[in-house]
Design a protein around this ligand. Structure first.
Ligand code: ZN
Length: 206
């Protein structure tokens, strides 16, 4: 009798948590609550994708940082592949590479990996969009050179900006906001280069 109930699926009435919830409205509300929490965490997870790229993808790394993604790139060194793989494993980073051998090694170790196909930066970004649904919204959140989080320069810190020979004097007037990377000292502002970045981002969205 019990066996026939199990095989016919009737027994599910007693053990299927979804059906159980349907019979107890209070718990059903609790289920909706937990589903909301789960969805929130899932969306958060998408937003906190972290990457590590091989040295051939320096431009792509800088663009990913520009879109706010934590993206590491390692310098030329001995055992470069092992260092990259260890970093991806330890920090839960997605390995992005054009090196087929490295990609194969990563897959073998169960590391989430994306083998970039195109040598051209805009195409590479399109690939990343297609694969990970990355957000194409340039933001001044992260240093494109060293990946550290950047911050707005306070009015009393303008000496730091004046000391940079790449900041045009006409930019130092009132109205221009600056951002600073405390790690490497790079200064950012939304000048003509920023307009170019926005233009390219708009093209990527089409
Ligand atoms: Zn920096």
């Amino acid at each position: 009798m019990v066996n026939s109930m199990i095989s016919s699926g009737v027994i599910n009435l007693y053990i299927d948590p979804d059906l159980y919830m349907l019979f107890f409205p209070i718990n059903y509300r609790a289920r909706i609550y937990w589903e909301c929490v789960y969805t929130f965490l899932y969306v958060k997870k998408l937003n906190i994708m972290k990457f590590v790229t091989d040295r051939m993808l320096g431009k792509l790394s800088r663009w990913l940082r520009l879109f706010g993604y934590d993206t590491l790139e390692i310098k030329k060194q001995e055992n470069e592949d092992d260092t990259l793989l260890a970093l991806a494993e330890k920090e839960g980073r997605i390995l992005v590479s054009r090196d087929r051998v490295l990609v194969r090694k990563a897959i073998k170790r169960g590391i989430r990996t994306y083998p970039v196909q195109s040598p051209e930066i805009m195409e590479q970004l399109r690939e990343m969009q297609g694969e990970f649904g990355i957000s194409i919204e340039p933001q001044l959140d992260r240093c494109t050179l060293c990946n550290s989080v950047i911050r707005k320069v306070k009015p009393e810190e303008m000496e730091l900006v004046r000391a940079k020979d790449y900041v045009y004097p006409d930019r130092l007037g009132e109205g221009t906001e600056f951002w600073l990377c405390d790690n490497c000292g790079q200064v950012y502002w939304q000048g003509r280069h920023w307009e170019n970045i926005m233009e390219r981002a708009e093209r990527l969205k089409k």
